[in-house]
Every structure is written in structure tokens, then in C-alpha cells.
Design a protein around this ligand. Structure first.
Ligand code: ATR
Length: 272
């Protein structure tokens, strides 16, 4: 069978092997998908060995997405724009091609499970890490009315906005200055993992119709509980984004599309 893996550090808790195993079973693909740990300074050596041994494709997770973009011989337009790669493909001529399915994965979950279009909407993004840099260009391509990136360190948010102003109406600032009137609020602040949200003005969430947390957990996340307390009716966590980006990678590798809803329901039954 053809061999695939996810490379990262740490990678032992990655859900990707379970997701791709379900995709392969659903679609009848003969393949294996394993975890590939790599020391921080051994990304290139580990990837080269994997492909030299006949591996067909890799997913790339933290902290290697930028290194993967530098490593790939060719890049898709969206990977080049994000400066980050989450999918490596060994082409028939042996060349390694890099792509990035994170943004489109988020978009599919927003328009699918969350039933929330971006076009014409006012969208607030909380956080300015690598994940935000990857999804902002994809969100802007959908034609939002306004996209605002708010971050504890305002300069990081401003730097991302400045890189993408040619794609649409985007600006940025600190957490304290967030105004109100957002249709959709997307969280990418990782502090929520530790159990609580940073103090944010209620105006940031009040009146929103939908809330999306790019982070996921077995129970509703602090951000989604905060959104619920402020009456936001539609809420989803980032497990769907994980499955959707995996499905896009699977399609690039195998040419077939799995049923993502069935996989989300089977692997992440926690209601939000
Ligand atoms: P990723 O690449 O996964 O997006 P990251 O680059 O570590 O992760 O970014 C984490 C995000 O969470 C950043 O926006 C960070 O804010 P800063 O840029 O100011 O560091 C945000 N974050 C982490 N802990 C936070 C906290 N206690 N309060 C507010 N924001 C926090």
C-alpha cells in the first residue's frame, strides 16, 4: 500500500491517522497513514528519508509548516501566499510539491457545519499566530464586508493585515480596542487551551450570529462557552476544520473526496 504520514513535534497526539484511516476505508483506498516524529533540527533529514523510502505524501504540523514551504520544490499559489505548507506530495517525476489546505478547510467548515457565508459579512478574527496568517487570505477571497484581526500584541495582527490588504478590506489592532457589530467571530488565541479566555470586551461577541473556535477539545472550549453566554446561536469548534483540511489533502493525494460529516460525527461527537 502507498505510505503517508503526519510530521510534527510533538505528533504523538495527532488525530490525523484516525481521520485518514476512516477516509481510506470509506473510499476503498489501499494506503497507510502514520505519525512521523522529527527533532526540531531534523525536519529536512526526516522528510528526505521518508520520500527516499517510497513515501507518497506528508501532512505537516507545528512547528514545521514554514520549513516545509522552504523545502518543497514547487508551491501552490495559496501555500506561497501563506508562506506555510501543510501538505507535501511526491509527484511522479520525484519532485516534492507543497500545498496548504488549512484555509479551505476552515472555509468548508464555516459554510458547512456552521452554515455561515463570509461574503458581505463583518468578520472578527482573534489572535495573530501562524494559523491566522494561513486563513486570512482565504477569508478575504470570499468578499467579507470587513475583516478585523485583534491580538494581544497588536503589531503581529497589523503585520498580517498589511500583507493582505490587496485581497480585501482588512485591518487590525489590539484586544482592548475591538468594536462591536460582528456577524462572525473566529478564535485563534491559544490561551483558551489552558481553560480560560483572555478578558475581551463583551461588544466583541454580543450580537454575533456565529462563533468558530479554531481550537478544539472534548468539551465546549472557553471561547465557545463565552459565546454561548452572550447568546451566539451557532457555534462550532475546530475539529471540523481539522477533518476538512485532511479531506482536501486526501483529495490531492488520492483524487477522491471522503464524506467529512460522517468522520466528524464518529470521531468528535461532543456537542458544541
Ligand atoms: P498558532 O501558530 O497555532 O496560531 P501561536 O503563533 O503560538 O499559535 O499564536 C498564539 C496566539 O494566541 C497569538 O495570537 C497569541 O497572542 P500574542 O501574539 O500576543 O502572543 C495568543 N495568546 C496566547 N496566549 C494568550 C493570552 N494569555 N492572552 C491573549 N492572547 C494570547
Amino acid at each position: 500500500p502507498d505510505r503517508y504520514a503526519v510530521i510534527g513535534n510533538p505528533v504523538d497526539h495527532s488525530r490525523s491517522p484516525a481521520i485518514h484511516a476512516m477516509f481510506a476505508e470509506q473510499t476503498g483506498q489501499r494506503m497507510t497513514y502514520t505519525r512521523l516524529p522529527a527533532a526540531e533540527d531534523a525536519f529536512t533529514a526526516t522528510v528526505e528519508r521518508f520520500f527516499a523510502d517510497g513515501g507518497r505524501g506528508l501532512n505537516v504540523t507545528l512547528p514545521f509548516k514554514q520549513a516545509a514551504a522552504a523545502y518543497a520544490a514547487t508551491l501552490s499559489a495559496r501555500a506561497e501566499r501563506a508562506g506555510a505548507v501543510n501538505t507535501l506530495i511526491r509527484c511522479d517525476d520525484g519532485r516534492i510539491h507543497g500545498d496548504n489546505t488549512d484555509g479551505v478547510g476552515l472555509l468548508r467548515d464555516l459554510t458547512g457545519r456552521l452554515s455561515t457565508p463570509i461574503e458581505g459579512r463583518r468578520v472578527l478574527v482573534l489572535g495573530a499566530g501562524g494559523a491566522v496568517r494561513g486563513v486570512v487570505p482565504v477569508l478575504l477571497e470570499q468578499g467579507p464586508k470587513h475583516l478585523y484581526i485583534a491580538n494581544r500584541t497588536a503589531e503581529r495582527a497589523e503585520a498580517i493585515a498589511a500583507d493582505f490588504t490587496d485581497l480585501g478590506p482588512v485591518d487590525a489592532g489590539g484586544l482592548a480596542g475591538i468594536g462591536g457589530g460582528w456577524d462572525l467571530v473566529i478564535n485563534a488565541i491559544s490561551a483558551g487551551l489552558a481553560g480560560r479566555m483572555p478578558d475581551l470586551p463583551a461588544a466583541a461577541i454580543a450580537g454575533a450570529t456565529a462563533a468558530y473556535d479554531m481550537i478544539y477539545a472534548d468539551a465546549p472550549t472557553p471561547f465557545l462557552r463565552w459565546a454561548e453566554r452572550h447568546g451566539v446561536a451557532r457555534r462550532c469548534d475546530g475539529f471540523g476544520m481539522l477533518v476538512e483540511q485532511a479531506a482536501e489533502s486526501f483529495h490531492l493525494w488520492r483524487g477522491v473526496r471522503p464524506d467529512t460529516r460522517a468522520v466528524i460525527a464518529a470521531l468528535h461527537p461532543a456537542p458544541q
